[in-house]
Design a protein around this ligand. Structure first.
Ligand SMILES: C[S@@+](CC[C@H](N)C(=O)[O-])C[C@H]1O[C@@H](n2cnc3c(N)ncnc32)[C@H](O)[C@@H]1O
Length: 288
């Protein structure tokens, strides 16, 4: 048996730093985010030091200041996760959240904050649209987020997302869902065509939809601005039609998002065409 000292010598000259490295490796992404010191963190720490030693005065003002700083930090985390989701595949996104599910809540807190600035939320328009149709239609909500759609319609809804905080949500990458083929009447993508492999999400919707089933897509307008590095909306529409859908209507009147309504063709073309998918520009939120 080797002595403890010899073992440590074998591991390296500085056993303390080696074990520190190992602990760091084990830290989750959210812990690393929280641990990373930023200029704002440093400022917060020095502010705290000053106020705790200063003997009172200005406490209310400080808490507003701290709240503002915290909001800024959480906005930063949201933007980082958001950027990741728009620049990786669905499979990578699934692993990202599997490694640290708390990032999902961080993302959704920031997302709700951003959405509060939108005059109208597309999910509410889709809820209204569904509530004007037969409640017996079965719906699949691809990238459901907090499952608001399921909570506000009478229909049976399969809510799908990368993480499930709610027993009714199916956690999976939506390019590969456990839903049966030809089993749903409406497939919804509300601001969820995020991954670089988004065509595979639409392929999956095509698989699970019944003949004549609806495909409803709401997407961020800036992703479809060809003058600004975005996709041509008509090129996108054509690609979806080539997948086996007919365009029923579209609404480009909203300042923030586009809406597309398609129906799955009853008769599918047996000859599979190579589809030219436009690249959808990542939607990166600005600092507020
Ligand atoms: C911008 S949020 C929109 C949420 C919701 N549809 C709404 O309108 O409030 C997009 C959602 O899509 C989910 N998502 C992105 N890629 C996904 C994938 N490959 N599989 C499942 N969900 C995905 C994200 O986790 C996120 O919750």
């Amino acid at each position: 048996m080797e002595s403890g000292k010899r073992k440590r010598e074998k591991r390296g000259k500085n056993p303390k730093s080696a074990s520190r490295k190992q602990t760091n490796k084990k830290k989750s992404i959210s812990q690393q985010i929280q641990q990373k010191s930023s200029p704002v963190d440093d400022h917060l720490k020095s502010k705290r030091r000053k106020t705790s030693g200063g003997g009172g005065g200005g406490g209310g003002g400080d808490s507003t200041f701290l709240d503002k700083m915290r909001a800024r930090l959480s906005g930063g985390h949201f933007r980082m996760i958001n950027e990741k989701l728009y620049t990786c595949s669905g499979k990578e996104a699934l692993n990202y959240f599997k490694e640290d599910p708390s990032l999902f809540n961080m993302y959704h807190t920031g997302y709700q904050e951003q959405m509060a600035h939108w005059p109208e939320q597309p999910v509410n328009i889709i809820i209204k649209w569904l509530n004007n149709r037969n409640p017996s239609l079965t719906v699949a909500d691809f990238g459901c987020g907090d499952a608001r759609l399921a909570k506000n319609v009478k229909n049976k809804v399969f809510s799908i997302d990368l993480v499930s905080n709610d027993p009714s949500v199916i956690a999976c990458d939506m390019s590969n869902t456990p839903l049966d083929s030809s089993s749903v009447d409406v497939a919804v993508f509300c601001l969820s065509l995020m991954g670089t492999n988004f065509p595979s999400y639409l392929q999956e919707a095509h698989r699970v939809l019944n003949a004549s089933g609806w495909l409803v897509i709401a997407e961020v307008k800036s992703r479809f601005d060809p003058n600004n590095g975005g996709a041509d909306p008509n090129g996108f529409l054509k690609a979806v039609c080539n997948l086996g859908f007919t365009s029923v209507s579209k609404d480009f009147s909203n300042k923030m998002f586009l809406l597309f309504f398609f129906k799955k063709k009853e008769k599918q073309n047996s000859k599979k065409k190579e589809i030219e998918w436009p690249e959808l520009k990542p939607c990166l939120y600005k600092r507020r």
